[in-house]
Design a protein around this ligand. Sequence first.
Ligand code: HPA
Length: 275
Amino acid sequence: MSLLLAVEPEIEKAAMAARARLGGRTPKIGLILGSGLGELAAAVEDAVAIPYDDLPGFPRLSVAGHAGRMIVGRFGRHDVAVLQGRQHLYESDRADSMAVPVGVLARLGCSTLVLTNAAGSLLPEVGPGGVMMIADHINLTGRNPLARALGDGRFVDMVDAYDPALRARFQALAKARGIDLAEGVYMWFTGPSFETPAEIRAARTLGADAVGMSTVPETILARALGMKVAAFSLITNLAAGMGGSHLSHARTLARAATGAAKLKDLLVAFMEDPA
Ligand code: HPA
């Protein structure tokens, strides 16, 4: 196989270190949980927890609400691998800071990657505590996790990056549970400062429905590695200048809890019966 990511040797090393602790578990679904959803991992049965510190090339995390552990175990009929926490561009100044974790999930056999984040909403009807499934994204940060990747595999098709069949499946699961699941376009901002009201007006003009500081690079990496992607934003606030209160990380975490219960229900239903 030709080398795609420059960090492929690190991915191999970390995958070997992980496999040595998995006791034959073979995860098919990977989840990367952002602010407010880390405790979903508690629902994984017969779980092995591996701290990122034990996995070469995994990031060191600095954000409250991101535990920094990989949990692998049984969920319904399948094994899953849950990454509790991510590193953001603003922590590392590297768009590919999640290349090793995403690569390890792929190497362990995960064919589907589910991503969650906390985000600000540009839709007045989807306020704090709401959940938006990502249908598409906008990346005008000028950064890309494949910037130093090699070969033709770096020219990744991003049409239907958020898998239409998975989205239909999640909408059906939400409907059956009476969960209101919005769907829209997520725009990636680098952070860590929140957006200005003028930036939010610009984002709306460009077609954004939610804004946040993560997820997009992981989606690009996962698509490059051939994984199907589904992604969800827990709406913690209306975006800057939309009449809400001032933004803070503490408020982000507090509000994430409300939507987290809904999203947790949905993810549990999906993992129990992904087909
Ligand atoms: N902007 C960017 N990231 C966020 C926001 C926001 O308004 N809320 C939670 N994460």
